[in-house]
Design a protein around this ligand. Structure first.
Ligand SMILES: C[S@@+](CC[C@H](N)C(=O)[O-])C[C@H]1O[C@@H](n2cnc3c(N)ncnc32)[C@H](O)[C@@H]1O
Length: 306
């Protein structure tokens, strides 16, 4: 465990991956502060190699420091949506196990300068990779009300998307997270129950700025394509939009291909390429009590069988 981030569903996720064997190539596609990565290294043999990928430069620096202590670790700065190009670059053709622990690390969320949190005042940045792409502020200050409303509705499932987007356009230019959070809560006719009123809007803008759902689709496909037979892909999602994509992808990979009844098949044809090994696995009450950020986590595990 790192002081900056407590890994979620760690014992469960690492247990499923380590069960495939202690050797071969593994991928931690979302290194963060390396909590899952360290736990996996403890279970792997000396001959194993573990790619530690993250699109965040700070995370990459932590991975580089860990690689100085453990030669099995290969740190890379990049996006898991590009995994099909990254794997050959590090000399991996097939992988035995891969983990995607989606979303943000506590280190990212808790740093006001990153702009992810509505609880602290900071610049409206929200980029996981601060070297590329437009910041949340740059986008919010020039997009049309209709574009903003669509993002807030589609990625935040926020019912007052129209009102909020109009309020944003009227108040522009926005310069900080506090301003955005206050505008959102002032546009909602009733205070929301449970979560802070700005939760959904911050989630939506962050998903848009980082193109997270397209990344997820590309990452799932790239990692699945690289799995060896018997290899496993474990994914931890934190909200329903992510989990729906994971569930559908796993279902499609584990469904037998539709072949007309009269078509003759070889023994290996007509079989699904994968089976779902686990999921939805949720954290125990004790884990949620110890780490409230675990409360919405869902783990699913897929195994390649052909
Ligand atoms: C929940 S944290 C991972 C925490 C990590 N498992 C640990 O125990 O410290 C998610 C991490 O994934 C990274 N990330 C999110 N989307 C990514 C992507 N498309 N490609 C690479 N890294 C990504 C984020 O920058 C963040 O560091």
């Amino acid at each position: 465990m790192s002081a900056d981030h407590t890994p979620v569903l760690c014992r469960e996720a690492i247990g499923y991956l380590a069960a495939t064997g202690a050797g071969g190539n593994f991928v931690d596609a979302t290194f963060g502060r390396g909590g899952h990565c360290r736990a996996l290294l403890e279970r792997l043999g000396l001959g194993a190699r573990l790619l530690a990928l993250d699109r965040d430069q700070e995370a990459f620096k932590v991975a580089q420091a860990l690689a100085e202590q453990d030669a099995r670790l290969l740190p890379r700065h990049g996006r898991f949506g590009d995994i099909s190009a990254i794997l050959p670059d590090v000399g991996m053709t097939q992988v035995q196990g891969a983990l995607m622990d989606l979303g943000l690390s506590s280190a990212q969320l808790d740093d006001p300068q990153r702009g992810f949190s509505f609880r602290a005042e900071g610049p409206l940045d929200m980029r996981m990779d601060t070297c590329r792409g437009a910041t949340a502020g740059a986008w919010l200050n020039q997009a049309s009300a209709a574009e903003i409303a669509k993002v807030i509705r589609d990625y935040g499932e926020e019912r007052y998307a129209g009102r909020i987007s109009r309020a944003i356009c009227t108040a522009r230019p926005l310069s900080n997270t506090r301003q955005l959070a206050d505008l959102v809560t002032a546009s909602q006719p009733r205070p929301s129950r449970g979560k802070h009123g700005a939760t959904r809007v911050f989630q939506a803008v962050r998903i848009f700025v980082n193109d997270e759902l397209k990344e997820l689709q590309a990452g799932l496909q790239g990692l699945f394509d690289a799995l060896a037979v018997g290899g496993r892909l474990a994914v931890i999602a934190f909200h329903s939009l992510e989990d729906r994509i994971v569930k559908r992808f796993f279902r499609a990979c584990s469904a037998s291909p539709l072949v007309p009844r009269h078509v003759p098949l070889r023994a290996d044809e007509g079989r699904a390429p994968a089976r779902v090994v686990a999921g939805p696995v949720r954290p125990t009450a004790a884990e949620v009590e110890a780490n409230v950020r675990a409360r919405s986590a869902v783990l699913r595990v897929l195994e390649r069988i052909a």
